[in-house]
Design a protein around this ligand. Structure first.
Ligand code: WQD
Length: 337
């Protein structure tokens, strides 16, 4: 089967490409390198001994997408490509709405023209908004999102639901990620955010490597066991395997609209993550408690039972694995400079 992976050189995309290649899929990648590196292509080959076809194109260029479909016999699509920085989306909402929505609509229109109707979308737990309870189950439905990035994810889910209602030949899977961290055990691929990271683990890595001086812990006065924010961290390899399981479901069950949380089902606090990282890597992470970050929720994590029951998928890696693999990747990156 030929799978087109948009954003396939990015953090989650590259890990999913590795899993697909290792399961025997043929993979075509399209990526505009906005938040990824062409070197990842060789890293994927080093890991899998296989070479995916790569198109360096922007999904805003509909002709480019059409060319990819004309040149390849694509069976199904996994769509990761999109801007994903919460903070940046608040500063540049128009850029986020235009890019994330138009690139997705372009892709779907070309798929329709080529009668390719198997589609997996990279959604996010952020679409739940603030439901007022910590354990998120899929039928909670979409809430009021708190930033333009999250709103684009919610809007695209709505677009896909409406598309399925208009033509139920489509097989569409909405995968709602919680907090992806970690890296492939080889240390060859991982998360390399540009500039000052927004997310916790990339920030911890830069403090541990000495690139940044101190981790700011955004508040320790939440109603949580140690007062710091609680999130559902999921190893990126487990997340990648969840995409393969979702593809298998679509291939087996045919058309439908499928919605799954992809999370561990467990919540860990900021300080639990910091302490675990220090312990498994035997390294100190300097931190200081500062004010809460506006918009942050105290605690949320996945009800992961639907993915287990319907996909036979659950996370296998531990918080220790996530901390060890993240640091292993960072050390190799530092050595390669
Ligand atoms: C995690 C915890 C912070 C940084 C975001 C997006 C979500 C998804 C994952 C894409 C919180 C605390 C963080 C720091 C800190 N992205 N923290 N100091 O906000 O849960 O989710 O990333 O889909 O859509 O909203 O992730 O890693 O930013 O924060 O104390 O320097 O770490 O307060 O409790 P978040 P995060």
């Amino acid at each position: 089967m030929n799978v087109l992976v948009t954003g396939g050189l990015g953090f989650i995309g590259s890990h999913t490409v590795v899993e697909l290649l290792e399961k025997g899929y043929d993979v075509i990648i399209v990526d505009n390198l906005y938040n990824s590196d062409i070197k990842v292509k060789d890293k994927i080959t080093e890991i899998t001994k296989k070479t995916p076809k790569v198109y360096i194109e922007d999904l805003l260029n509909k002709e480019a997408i059409n060319k990819i479909f004309n040149e390849n016999n694509i069976d199904e699509v996994i769509h990761f490509a999109g801007y994903k920085a919460v903070g940046e989306s608040c500063k540049k909402p128009l850029m986020y709405y235009y890019n994330n929505l138009m690139s997705t609509i372009n892709l779907l229109e070309v798929m329709k023209e080529h009668n390719v109707k198997k589609f997996i979308f990279s959604s996010s737990a952020t679409i739940y908004g603030n439901p007022g309870i910590p354990k998120y189950v899929e039928d909670l439905g979409r809430g009021i999102t708190t930033n333009p990035y999250g709103t684009t994810k919610s809007m695209i889910e709505q677009i896909l639901e409406d598309l399925y209602k208009s033509d139920n030949e489509w097989s569409i899977s909405l995968l709602r990620y919680f907090n992806p961290i970690g890296a492939h055990k080889s240390g060859l691929i991982g998360e390399k955010p540009n500039g000052i990271p927004n997310n916790l683990m990339p920030y911890i890595l830069k403090v541990a490597s000495g690139e940044l001086e101190v981790l700011n812990v955004f508040g320790n006065d939440y109603d949580t066991p140690d007062g710091t924010g609680v999130r559902d961290y999921i190893h990126v390899v487990d997340l990648a395997k969840g995409h393969v399981s979702s593809l298998n479901k679509i291939e087996k069950s045919g058309s439908g609209l499928y919605i799954y949380n992809l999370g561990s089902g467990k919540g860990y606090s900021v300080l639990e993550l910091v302490n675990t990282f220090e312990r498994v890597n035997n390294i100190k992470v300097n931190y200081k408690i500062v004010e809460r970050r506006p918009g942050d929720l105290a605690e949320y994590y996945a009800d992961a039972s639907k993915a287990l029951n319907e996909l036979g998928w659950k996370t296998e890696k531990t918080l220790e694995d996530m901390c060890r693999d993240s640091w292993n990747f960072m050390k190799k990156e530092i050595q390669s400079i």
